[in-house]
Design a protein around this ligand. Structure first.
Ligand code: 5GP
Ligand code: ZN
Length: 120
């Protein structure tokens, strides 16, 4: 727990969020400024600032984060239509909240431009 981290505060129920999943290691909630009809954030309970802070012993956790994201995609009926998982890392990666999180985006046709280096 890091006192000034908004996601730690949400995980600890000190700040409001629409939580859609939680277990002993992972919490998922709706993004407050959704960029798509479905925009969820999947976060580890442990305060890991960013992608480069992951250690080899976190491999299982990373797999579980992706697994929870896939389960949520099924729950939100995105599995047939498709969806996108995004992790922003650091300043030039567009990271704003420094508590590791996966964005799950779906519910509309997302731009394929990201794969061509033209942004989202
Ligand atoms: P980043 O740019 O760090 O990858 O994404 C951070 C995301 O967190 C943004 O999409 C932003 O809308 C979302 N966010 C920031 N503050 C809050 C908050 O207090 N509650 C919720 N639910 N989402 C937040
Ligand atoms: Zn945190």
């Amino acid at each position: 727990m890091t006192a000034d981290c908004i996601f730690c505060r949400i995980i600890n129920k000190e700040s409001d969020a629409e939580i859609v999943y939680e277990d002993e290691d992972i919490v998922a909630f709706k993004d407050v400024y959704p960029a798509a009809p479905v925009h969820l954030l999947i976060v580890p309970r442990r305060h890991i600032p960013t992608l480069v802070d992951l250690k080899e012993e976190d491999t299982l956790l990373v797999g579980r984060l992706v697994g929870v994201a896939n389960d949520l995609a099924r729950s939100f009926d995105l599995d047939k239509s498709g969806y996108r998982l995004v992790i922003n890392c650091g300043r030039e990666g567009g990271q704003v909240v420094y508590h590791l999180h996966l964005h799950l985006l779906g519910g509309k046709a997302l731009s394929p431009a990201i794969a061509r280096g033209r942004g989202v």
